[in-house]
Design a protein around this ligand. Sequence first.
Ligand SMILES: [Cu+2]
Length: 120
Amino acid sequence: MNHQRFFFRATGLALAFSASAALPAWAAGEPGAPGTVIAQASTTDMTDGEVRKVNKEGGTLTLKHGDIKNLDMPGMTMVFAVKDKAMLDKVKAGDKIKFKAINDAGKFTVTEVQVVQVVQ
Ligand SMILES: [Cu+2]
């Protein structure tokens, strides 16, 4: 009996602890807050974008993008890091693309790019 009661108390504490430990990440809810992991499972969706600038030295891509559902981000123009600098050779300013982006420890990073329409 004592063992059972201890078990329940310990389990209850563990649950309470993990619940409160998990809460800030979900409850903070600020889109793009550093360290916030938002539904990485839904990264299968590609986002529409248009290349504004390619910075091969800095390894960044400036994109005008539509809503990024997995990052809970509305459309805007912003700078992304890229997962692989070779991606920067596939695109140039003006290209219409579809892309996937993640929040990599607070750094928005493009992980995949598909050119939809190449500008002449
Ligand atoms: Cu953005």
